[in-house]
Design a protein around this ligand. Sequence first.
Ligand code: ATR
Length: 295
Amino acid sequence: MSNTAFDNPFARIPNGQTRLLGVIGHPVAHTLSPAMHNPALAWLGLNMRYLAFHVHPEQLAEAVRGFVAIGMVGFNATVPHKEALLPLMNWVDPLAQRIGAVNTVAIDSDGTLRGYNTDAGGFTDALAEEFPQLELGHASVLVLGAGGAARGVVVGLLEAGTKNIVVANRTQPRAERLLTELAPFYPHARLEALSLEARRLPLETTDLLINTTLLGLAGEEIQWITMDRLPSTALVCDIVYSPPETPLLRAAKEQGLAIQNGLGMLIHQGSRAFEIWTGQKMPVERVRERLLGML
Ligand code: ATR
């Protein structure tokens, strides 16, 4: 169906052949994914809809069985379901296995559940798009946080060839565990776990600083980071996209450093999922324009 045909409001009404996609979360009301996927599906003339479902953790397996039973094409998962989905899959992509989290599920016509993680690639896609000059193979990267989000970011960086990564976390043993698990897969990388203590952070030699903690979501400062210790060429990322400028990003901008928030990662993880489900490229620029208008 052409885009013109889809501009007819009646063409947008679901019919007997409409296929369903969605996102599960707990909570899920804040998600931007339907606002990203539905217009993209419509622009490409695909007879599919994408809805958000609030699924309680105790009902995850039941919900997934239901999705198979009603012939859904696939779904995304957000907090807290990404880890719990792993054992429910019939097949898990090796990278998702390594990250220990599934954020995208494809359901085959015979009900086979295939689990993927598009967060890692989505993060590095966004980096490549916004910082094309950045050579990840030669960059020294400092990652703040060692939770679920950090795992995806660190694996994405390692897959993109990054060889120097320091992970600093409030609870240092958690950072150590993360890197000990990943080290065997990336024998040429230099990986170091630190605690979040200002004097120990290698800011002076950091090319790329990434905040994966939830600090900043509510406007909190990150007290361990002083921007003037970073090189003037350093790039600073936060995986938060709302607010679009966390105190960390604002401080970096004031110091004249290049910054990136989490919107690019959100769009690119979605774009990778979209391609898994539909076999087609998501119109990324149109989606970005639309989301920017909403944020
Ligand atoms: P996510 O999946 O979003 O990464 P998570 O797995 O709960 O969520 O991880 C949250 C991260 O934010 C962790 O690195 C956490 O540090 P700890 O491992 O020490 O808990 C970090 N974090 C959360 N609140 C923090 C705070 N007030 N100060 C410093 N780090 C914090």
